[in-house]
Design a protein around this ligand. Structure first.
Ligand SMILES: [Zn+2]
Length: 461
């Protein structure tokens, strides 16, 4: 009897050199440098949005597939993950520069954000998704307002996202309730590509009572919490002067270290905070976005100490209003550079460590460490193909060094999420950038108007 014909795969990517993790199930961030290898002549067989099989070109040659991508000469990486952003803030890219954070927030950003409309957020989120797809980002953790509108952009553009509806205690009980409603209402949408978090803004804008209530709700509903904390040293110093506690102490005392938490920035985390982080019973993720820290003149995230304390340090861009780009590739390069300077140690944060932070550690930081972040059978098919044939990336002696220190996000040729091709050979398939940018341009004069004297919140470390 003849064998039954094989069911065709949905997509087979052949001939690439693939970045594989020796043990994608490894959850100990202290093994960061280990276990990355590059395997030539790899074929990735994708079925129903999942990497079904990893083989070689010969092994895949006979397999039928609805679609094939010849990736000869390209490098396949797990898609990059932006662990902390405010995607619609691309609308304010480059609007206010060269100012300290108090002035940036109080005189510009928070007055302007009182003008936000669902249409501006919708267009900003689409532009942000286009930028991220173009730069090889397949997943982002967003912390913003109107996440229902952002979810539509995620659904339409094909990206994966963790969405957290931001709230301040100044909004009263309504803010916290909305954050929960959105987290419960949006999770699982877009074919499961959307996960959600509770998203208090920060310990300096959200009361201890609200933070403690958020921790209880997170435990009750199985939701992670995404917030800013110890963003810079001034916040930590102010918190110590006013309350005798660091922002991390506040997270511990309100129960937020006993649920899964994603901390944005943490450049003000001190050595005295490390025991609390080490003792945490929840998963601790920290998102590091070094470009913005350089612009504000801050210190950087203490990655080495955090890794030693068992935290998963992921890479991020923050919003484009401060960071100017949503380029996680650039965050990877900057992390490798800035961490050497911070530790005064050229041996620390090698290119392989940077790649590990950009992939599996970022996935763990946003709670998707068993789903994405690695090219492995059973993981969702989120990957990018990178072209290293340009003069700035030739010759290649050490692929990790080439990727981190010579390649750029513009070298990403193809971006795939859940097995769907969102950029093919440099062309976006799910967003019409000129039409989004054109419509947005008409709305900008009303958006940036500050004559009304309103402000959504006041910054006071
Ligand atoms: Zn932020």
């Amino acid at each position: 009897m003849a064998a039954a014909p094989a069911v065709p795969a949905d997509l087979i990517v052949t001939g690439c050199t693939a970045l594989l993790h020796a043990d994608p199930a490894e959850t100990d961030p202290r093994r960061a440098a280990d276990g990355i290898r590059f395997v030539p002549d790899t074929a990735l067989v994708i079925r129903a949005g999942v990497i079904a099989e990893i083989t070689d070109s010969a092994g895949a040659a006979a397999s039928p597939s609805r679609e094939r991508i010849d990736a000869e000469g390209l490098v396949a990486l797990p898609g990059l993950i932006n662990c902390h952003t405010h995607s619609p803030m691309v609308t304010l890219r480059g609007l206010v520069e060269d100012r300290p954070e108090q002035e940036w927030f109080n005189d510009w950003i928070w007055p302007i954000e009182s003008n936000l409309t669902p249409r501006v957020i919708a267009l900003g989120a689409r532009l942000a998704c286009a930028e991220m797809i173009r730069g090889g980002v397949t997943c982002f953790a967003d912390h913003y307002f109107a996440t229902d509108v952002i979810a539509d952009a995620v659904e339409e553009t094909g990206l994966r996202a963790n969405l957290g509806e931001a709230y301040f205690s100044s909004q009263g009980a309504e803010g916290r309730a909305r954050s929960l409603d959105r987290a419960l209402g949006l999770r699982g949408r877009a074919g499961g590509r959307i996960t959600t978090s509770l998203a208090p803004h920060a310990p300096y804008t959200v009361s201890d009572d609200d933070l403690a209530a958020t921790a209880r709700l997170a435990a009750e509903h199985g939701l992670p919490v995404h917030l800013h904390a110890a963003e810079n040293r001034a916040q930590t110093d102010t918190s110590l002067a006013r309350h005798g506690r660091t922002p991390i102490d506040v997270l511990r005392d309100t129960g937020l270290l006993d649920v899964d938490v994603l901390i944005a920035h943490g450049t003000g985390i001190l050595d005295r905070d490390l025991p609390a982080l080490r003792a945490a019973t929840g998963r601790i993720g920290v998102a590091s976005a070094p470009r913005g820290y350089l612009k504000f003149g801050w210190d950087t995230t203490p990655v080495r100490a955090l890794v030693d304390a068992g935290a998963h340090v992921g890479l991020a861009t923050d919003g484009a209003a401060s960071n100017n780009t949503l380029d996680v590739w650039e965050a990877m390069t900057l992390t490798a550079l800035v961490q050497k300077r911070a530790e005064r140690d050229p041996r620390w944060l090698t290119a392989r460590q940077a790649l590990r932070h950009a992939t599996l550690d970022s996935a763990r930081a946003v709670g998707l460490g068993d789903t994405v972040g690695s090219l492995a059978p059973g993981r969702r098919a989120d990957l990018v193909l990178v072209d290293l044939s340009g003069p700035h990336t030739q010759p290649v002696h050490d692929l990790a060094a080439t990727l981190v220190h010579s390649a750029r996000s513009a070298d990403v040729r193809t971006t795939i999420v859940d097995g769907r091709v969102l950029m093919r050979d440099g062309r976006l398939t799910s967003v019409d950038v000129p039409s989004v940018a054109g419509e947005l341009a008409e709305l900008l004069p009303d958006l940036v108007e500050r004559g009304h004297g309103r402000r959504i919140q006041t910054y006071d470390t």
